[in-house]
Design a protein around this ligand. Structure first.
Ligand code: HEM
Ligand code: HEM
Length: 196
């Protein structure tokens, strides 16, 4: 079997404990809420817990606790355009943490979780009794959430393949191989260090 470069010693820490704990608990809660979608007490508890995880992640991000800083996590148009161009040519550079496209997905996933919690809560208020609008919006957001999660996992799989790197494992261990080590991209693009 081929050696997985991300398993080698010398890997550097990229995801702190707070990021990893929030990521996997958020993923489990969202998937459970999508499966148990009857709007009952368990569903509502799962949804509120998912929203709480996002808020905890942001709090840790603002305080920088447990390696969770939000520094550098603002999506940027120019960086995104440049990165998308390189990606289309099979030359997307590795990034120590999120790449510019992945950043949009991260904020979309967080926003959808919070929007689902708010619309789920509002749909049960007395003033919306008999009005299906909020329920419909909630169901629409849930479909968008499912589509975003599938796209997120597909993106992770594609970039893992492109960079010969097990990204899901790095979200478990918190470590990646250094930027300027290991094999380059599959289609022969420049390594990060060659581009400097
Ligand atoms: C409901 C399911 C999921 C949700 C809501 C979700 C959400 C997120 C979020 C919000 C982040 C950003 C983490 C942060 O900076 O705090 C992230 C990153 C990441 N997620 Fe997920 N995720 C889900 C499922 C998965 C699954 C199933 C995998 C593995 C196959 C995965 C692998 C990753 C990886 C590798 C990253 C880091 C991406 C990078 O290297 O830029 N996620 N995810
Ligand atoms: C991550 C968060 C959440 C996800 C992914 C989610 C997902 C879903 C899905 C897929 C449905 C079925 C929609 C349909 O009828 O086609 C649903 C329904 C519902 N959800 Fe959520 N939800 C979340 C959070 C919440 C929260 C926080 C609440 C309330 C406090 C809530 C209350 C409801 C209610 C009342 C229904 C309607 C059930 C019915 O009568 O059909 N949800 N949700």
């Amino acid at each position: 079997m081929k050696e997985d470069p991300s398993a080698r010693s010398g890997d550097v820490p990229v995801w702190g404990l707070a990021v990893r704990a929030c990521h996997w608990s958020l993923a489990a809660l969202v998937l459970a809420a999508l499966v148990r979608d009857d709007g009952g007490p368990l569903h509502r508890w799962l949804g509120y817990a998912a929203a709480a995880v996002v808020l905890v992640r942001w709090l840790a991000g603002w305080t920088g606790a447990l390696g969770a800083s939000l520094h550098g996590m603002r999506p940027r148009w120019t960086a995104t355009r440049q990165y998308a161009g390189l990606l289309l040519r099979g030359r997307a550079p590795r990034h120590p943490r999120h790449d510019p496209l992945g950043l949009w997905m991260v904020w979309l996933l967080w926003a959808l979780v919070l929007a689902l919690a708010v619309t789920g809560w509002m749909s049960r208020l007395d003033r919306f009794w008999g009005d299906d609008t909020l329920h419909d919006v909630h169901a629409w957001l849930a479909d968008a959430m499912l589509a975003a999660v599938l796209l997120h996992v597909a993106g992770v799989a594609a970039m893992s393949w492109h960079w010969h790197e097990n990204l899901p494992r790095s979200m478990l261990t918190g470590r990646k191989r250094p930027l300027d080590s290991g094999p380059g991209p599959r289609h022969g693009g420049a390594r990060e260090r060659d581009r400097r």
